[in-house]
Ligand binder design. Structure first.
Ligand code: TRP
Length: 448
């Protein structure tokens, strides 16, 4: 058991694990979704609930996922089964991993469509097509893009191929190499953009909007959104972090590593908000504009600022890079599963999955045009898959993982693998055994 490693490979160091896990966590969730749901849910109070969810529920569940993955050194499904067996429990716990695979495939299908919008905007920004647009024109251009399935399909296809190219190359030659290059670039770009936002007149208004905590503005619905998002943004509840954990070097401490990843992810979301809202307010635009917030408001803002075209391209490249390193992690657990369980070649598994998510993605991009009248519970395919995964499957997967790790796995296994102080172990135990299951169940039930 001592020197077990995953057959997929092992990260070169603890830092690579931190960068890779942060690369997975930081994505469209932080830069596209977090600002727009914060805008829709009124700002500060929502941010506060989100931070509480990250600290009390997200980080402990992330520790549980890393622990399970690293102890078993296998893909999420086999890892759950092995650990259940070792603890004298039913192998049926592996079903959480299967549900996670499905969630990953669903998320990828709409994620790739939004990433495709981002790629389109890199091109539109760089070509000067968006120079000096008014908000009406920017809205019209966004809607024009949504109405054009062929263009959407082109970008969605390109993005899927970009992700496939990395996943197919494997953990060390693909994921690790991509991480080493892209993560530092991402931090650099974000800091440059924040510097710009600080210099705009709307900065203090943007700051107030995000950190003015007025709990009376909060609805149960907003709490569900905040909770679901805390799973989404940390890549929890579907096995991504378990798979990445299975490639983690033995020496690295799980507690401090997870804390680092959570802190970096939160920091990027807050910085993204602080970069976006001042630009919105400086230009007198509406923070509650929804999913189009980034794509409609920002081009207008960039059009009005000095060096706007340069910063605009920079910004969308940044978002594209973040989306890329995240999307990789949506496929990795399933690829590892297919390779380990069915002895498929990595290339066969990756290509097969890529084709599957690509096809499902077509239904998502069709939601805005040729398939707009196909609905599930009143939502188009795109919205339905987003809702189903973020608000139901991830929280459900997350609490099942928490309950499994807290109540069913032998405590000694956790102590051996995680090796933290008794105080941290006790806090972790309270969260996964009690706080997370109760809090998540209440929120899920209240919203049914
Ligand atoms: N966390 C990523 C984001 O914020 C998206 C993501 C990657 C994800 N892997 C995941 C979400 C696994 C849920 C589960 O954009």
């Amino acid at each position: 058991m001592k020197n077990k490693t995953s057959i997929q490979g092992t990260w070169a160091s603890r830092w690579i694990f931190i960068l890779a896990a942060t690369g997975s966590a930081v994505g469209l969730g932080n830069i596209w979704k977090f600002p727009y749901i914060t805008g829709e849910n009124g700002g500060g109070a929502f941010v506060l609930v989100y931070l509480i969810c990250i600290a009390l529920v997200g980080l402990p569940i992330m520790m549980a996922e890393v622990f399970i993955g690293r102890r078993a050194r296998k893909n999420p499904i086999n890892a759950l089964e092995d650990l259940a067996e070792e603890s004298g429990q039913s192998k049926k716990w592996g079903i959480i991993g299967l549900m996670g695979m499905l969630a990953g495939i669903f998320i990828f299908s709409f994620y790739s469509v939004v990433a495709g919008w981002v790629l389109h905007y890199i091109k539109a920004m760089a070509s000067g097509e968006l120079a000096n647009v008014s908000s009406e024109q920017a809205g019209a251009l966004f809607n024009e893009l949504l109405a054009d399935p062929v263009t959407l399909l082109g970008w969605h296809t390109l993005f899927t191929i970009m992700v496939l190219a990395v996943v197919i190359a494997g953990v060390n030659k693909g994921l690790e190499r991509a991480t080493r290059i892209m993560m530092p670039a991402l931090f650099f770009l974000l800091i440059a953009l924040l510097g710009y936002a600080i210099s705009t007149p709307g900065f203090s208004q943007g700051w107030d909007f995000m950190f003015h905590f007025d709990v009376s503005e909060l609805s149960w619905d907003a709490v569900l959104v905040a909770l679901g998002h805390s799973f989404f943004t940390l890549s929890l509840g579907m096995g991504t972090i378990m798979a990445y954990g299975s490639y983690m070097p033995k020496k690295a401490s799980i507690g401090s590593t997870v804390l680092m990843v959570g802190a970096l992810d939160t920091l990027v979301a807050l910085v993204a908000g602080l970069a976006i809202f001042p630009i919105i307010f400086s230009n007198g635009m509406n923070p509650g504009a929804g999913p189009g917030l980034m794509f409609i408001s920002l081009p207008v803002a960039f059009g009005q600022m000095a060096f706007g075209q340069f910063f605009g391209v920079l910004f969308f490249v940044l978002v594209g890079v973040a989306a890329w390193t995240s999307a990789i992690s949506l496929l990795e657990p399933s690829v590892a599963f297919l390779v380990e369980r069915f002895k498929l070649k990595r290339s066969t598994a990756s290509i097969g999955l890529a084709i599957l998510v690509w096809l499902l993605g077509i239904a998502c991009l069709g939601s805005f045009n040729f398939m707009s009248d196909v609905t599930f519970f009143g939502k188009n395919t795109f919205d339905a898959l987003d809702y189903l995964t973020t608000n139901i499957m991830l929280p459900l997967g997350g609490i099942l993982i928490a309950i499994f790790a807290g109540w069913f796995v032998k405590d000694q296994f956790v102590k051996d693998e995680v090796q933290t102080s008794n105080i941290i172990h006790t806090c972790w135990k309270i969260s996964v055994c009690v706080i997370s299951p109760i809090a998540v169940s209440i929120v899920l039930l209240l919203n049914l």
